[in-house]
Write a protein that binds this ligand. Structure first.
Ligand code: T4K
Length: 346
């Protein structure tokens, strides 16, 4: 069975001594030494000073919105994983949905029209690791005095402006993983301080709880996995980008198949299928792959809001397998299958 992704795991022989250290120290969570080291290394790798690791990106988004005191309306877009809207709902915030551009990111030209007197923030998503137009978004935020929180779940390693806060996912299915995990990047030391308090119940010391925080901590074992995975991340991303290019070259001339024009961090390889030109729809191709033992994914389908462009993307998208170690023979089989289905129709 070929799946849409496969988690990168470090060599067990490298992990074992770190696990032994954790076992001997007895400190397995609550901001232990691997967690601190991991944050430091991420800060260097991502070239940004205020980094906090958390249990997952969903919790990261929750505490980011809390840390920035977001209330009322939040402008965002519907083409995303359920987590993006869910965090707003959990905090009783009101999502104002704006349609996307033709590859799934919020259309910055539609944001201003959606702003109300209750709007306090914009929550854009770097879909498939493709950066939003951060410059335009920041200009709008400045004009209306709004905070910008990026759902950067897919965007590990992508050079981009981080807004007030950016939240990256380190879930097993992501470019860079710690099994479960998230990274919160804060614009200032003050925001980071609040994020760090909120991820640990708001506890300042043994006798002081200053915020209504939650538990969003990353444990030592996952921090150790992160430290090791960070050592190979550059070559992992290179390998993903190479796979991306093989797909793109192979599918370039297939009528009705549209791809991204840049691999960014190689996190996903979505194709958008124009049924009229290709001859079959997305679900047909999904089932055809499945019958061949290839499990593609419809990221992002379904979506709850019926806006024109994002709905069209959602109904036509299929993400193909992409991960380090995916063999050429499999890539060729996937490409040939897409081509042959076109030929069977015409
Ligand atoms: N914002 C956005 C834009 C997001 O895409 C996400 C998460 C979030 C926020 C929230 O981030 P986290 O809170 O999760 O850190 C997956 C992931 O669970 C989810 O993290 C991700 N987005 C979403 C796009 O994809 P599923 O339901 O598709 O996962 P699942 O378990 O079906 O896995 C897909 C394939 O990956 C499987 O067929 C096999 C392979 N796999 C998966 C896992 C978990 C493995 O080989 N090993 C594994 O351990 O949601």
């Amino acid at each position: 069975m070929i799946t849409v992704t496969k988690p990168k795991l470090p060599n067990l022989s490298d992990l074992m001594p770190m696990l032994e250290n954790i076992w001997h120290s007895g400190i397995i969570t609550n901001n232990g030494s691997y967690c601190k080291e991991f944050e430091q290394r991420l800060s260097e790798y991502l070239d940004t000073p205020y980094v906090s690791v958390v249990s997952n990106a969903t919790n990261g988004l929750l505490i980011a919105l809390k840390a920035l005191n977001i209330s009322g309306d939040v402008v965002t877009s519907p083409y995303s994983f359920a987590a993006t809207e869910n965090v707003l709902r959990w905090l009783n915030l009101n999502p104002i949905m704006v349609d996307t551009d033709k590859l799934g990111n919020i259309d910055p030209d539609k944001i201003e029209l959606a702003i109300t007197k209750n709007t306090t923030a914009i929550l854009p998503i770097h879909v498939y690791g493709r950066p939003c137009d951060t410059e335009k978004i920041q200009k709008i935020a400045n004009k209306y005095n709004l905070k910008v929180i990026y759902d950067a779940a897919h965007a590990f390693g992508v050079k981009v402006d981080f807004g007030d806060v950016s939240v990256i996912s380190m879930h097993a299915t992501k470019v860079f993983n710690t099994c479960e995990g998230g990274i919160v990047i804060s614009k200032t030391a003050e925001i980071k301080k609040k994020i760090d308090l909120l991820r640990n119940f708001g506890i300042v010391d043994e006798e002081t709880v200053s915020e209504y925080g939650i538990n969003a901590k990353l444990d030592e074992i996952r921090a150790a996995i992160g430290i090791l995975n960070l050592k190979t991340i550059d070559s992992d991303i290179m390998e993903r980008k190479a796979i991306f290019e093989k797909y793109r070259t192979g599918l370039n001339d297939v009528p009705g198949i549209r791809t991204l024009d840049n691999s960014y961090n190689g996190s996903y390889f979505p194709i958008f299928i124009d049924e009229k030109l290709y001859g079959h729809n997305r679900d047909y191709l999904y089932e055809t792959f499945k019958s061949e033992g290839i499990l593609t994914r419809k990221y992002f389908y379904p979506i709850r809001y019926k806006l024109e462009i994002s709905s069209r993307l959602s109904n036509t998208v299929l993400c193909l397998p992409i991960y380090p170690g995916l063999e050429d023979i499999t890539i060729e089989k996937i490409i040939n299958l897409i081509i042959s289905q076109f030929q069977t129709y015409y």
